[in-house]
Write a protein that binds this ligand. Sequence first.
Ligand SMILES: *Cc1c(COP(=O)(O)O)cnc(C)c1O
Length: 376
Amino acid sequence: MPRPIAARIQPDAIRHNLQLAKQTASGSRAFAVIKANGYGHGIERIYPALAGADGIALLDLDEAVRVRELGWTKPLLLLEGVFEPADVELAIAHRLTVAVHCDEQLDLLAAARPESSRGPVDIQLKMNSGMNRLGFRPHAYRAAWERARALPSVGAIGLMTHFANADDGQIDWQLDTFDAAVQDLPGEQSVSNSAGVLWHPRAHRDWVRPGTILYGASPTGVARHVAGIGLRAAMTLTSRIIGVQTLAPQETIGYGRTFEADRPMRVGVVACGYADGYPRHARSGTPIVVDGVRTRVVGRVSMDMLTVDLTPCPQAGIGSSVELWGDQVSVDEVAEASGTIGYELMCALARRVPVVVADDTEHARATQAQGESVAA
Ligand SMILES: *Cc1c(COP(=O)(O)O)cnc(C)c1O
């Protein structure tokens, strides 16, 4: 009998969130961002839900190859571009669009061997408009663009930048910088992450690049910022209660004795700990659902277990179902109570947690319809 923990991935939720992102930025095409193995959800598991995207964006070349092998024929963008000559060959072979953020990457493209020229590589030329991570400085951008345009190995050149704090409303300083530097340069523009999609129509441009909202998490890490938008959780982490303790007043629970009962109380022991990806920094009070009732984590999260207050759900006992995050408690709420963001929790789901994919009704319907038309 395996431990009762499992993560359920809901492709339907991703399809819904993608549709919502596309409606919000209705004048733009959308790259679905699925870096880090689809923010921890598993590329192969969520792939059927991405059919409505106009492109897919990610980081790892091997993930990009996996996506092509799944049958993706639309644009596929490598957000950090290439790192060595062999990458250029693979980018050409798999018709990848590559971000180009520095002269060294232009050197790699310039050195692409002619026998490999099965076609030029489309690029997204990245500007550092203030994030100071990747990209050409605004004053160097035009020269980089001109150099790229002169390279026979380079096809279409998109114009790209990334916002440092689209989540707290401040993008104009970067967007003004970007606009001034790309003035009269041709090329499709792409500047918005999830926060840009939700809150900055001025930044929608030709392409948007939503990531975290596809999975139902808030770009700010704060659950209430996306309340009412209609996002659905794509990952639900569940487990069960495997032990119950009844504490007398002044008794403590767990390592470090960080929680002390102030009255007699029942505490449930849940088969989920930080080795499963639940944050060790979750404070006493972090919301959690037992048998459909919202309650709180009490005491310190340990490697394989955590403990919950059963006061609001006196009927609960061994075997009761627990939702750590998902449909009833958002991953953002758990992240907030742990001093992080939902992105980190989703990406950190541990390998040892079994993953099940929920029925993907639309995909099933589409496949069935296809089968019927083939049969007909
Ligand atoms: C990760 C990433 C995105 C998506 O960001 P979200 O906040 O998850 O929407 C968009 N663009 C780039 C360059 C990224 O690295």
